[in-house]
Design a protein around this ligand. Sequence first.
Ligand SMILES: N[C@@H](CCC(=O)N[C@@H](CS)C(=O)NCC(=O)O)C(=O)O
Length: 336
Amino acid sequence: MDDISTGEDQSNARARRAKGEFVRGTSGFRHAIGDLDFPAEPGRYHLFVALNCPWCHRVTLARSVLGLQDSITMDVAFPNRTGDEDPVAPGLWEFAPDRIATLTGHTLPECTPETGTGRGLRLTKQIYQAEGSDEQSVPILYDKITQRIVNNESAEIIRMLDAFATELGSTAAERPRLLPDDPDLSNEIEALNALIYTTINNGAYKAGFSSDQNVYAAAFRAYFETLNTLEQRLSDGRPFLTGMAFTEADLRLFPTLYRHDPVYYVRMKLNGARILDYPHLWRWICRVYAIPGVAKAGSLVHCRQGYFGRSWNNVVPLGPNLPMPYPEAYEHPELA
Ligand SMILES: N[C@@H](CCC(=O)N[C@@H](CS)C(=O)NCC(=O)O)C(=O)O
């Protein structure tokens, strides 16, 4: 059966995982802003994120481009999970502003304590436990008034922020409409979302986390096939995937392509080409990076630190340096 948020086949997930396939789980909290219990109002909602997580990146991007930074508060977890020595368990997301990043030898200034629940919790798991759930994933959209989790599915969270941006207290003078009302355009966006989710966003994980050569090879092929398709689409000079305006399709493509050259090329074994090798996609990534709020909504330090854990000896690869270090390279559309 397909999960609506992903469009992916979830059947026999356990057996498929046992055979080495990466099958993403489903998210348990699916309430919506606008429901009776969760009215759209400024200052009420909170996000728990990790900046290395690409699903969180969707949400931080939406929050920023929609001008919701002042009205939706946010806590940022450390990019590496807890280790074996943790008193609760290893592998958990933790709020640890004092933890030292091996990459920089310092604490990470974006990391925060947990402030959304008012209880100063250390682990995202404890936020879920308060509701009797054994999940621990980020992102989480949280209601500070009822002290309940509203939703933990990024695809749905970005739609709520888009639909209720005004009521939630957007301060943006100009902001995109991520999913416009025009039915033809929204159908086009949905079709792009499905392709991009399956082959690119989740495709990267299927390539990087599968332990079966054939599953990896199929994911690798599909990923680069879609990059070719998107390069082709942009080759008519359109600035964004569906035309003149930045939409949800662009927003959902960006977190993966932003990670591709500096992280996924190595970590996800997606070494077929760099985004820099595609002139139109490169110009697109630079164009999106220049939208106010976008650069600040992500962090390649967090991405680099987060993706290279124990299985990489806790050592983070430093490149690429040529033709320029990243993310500075995203400010140079002429490099491709
Ligand atoms: N369906 C979720 C997926 C989010 C997800 O997979 N998050 C990862 C981090 S990148 C996570 O927290 N996974 C649970 C875990 O690590 O235990 C969404 O898109 O919001």
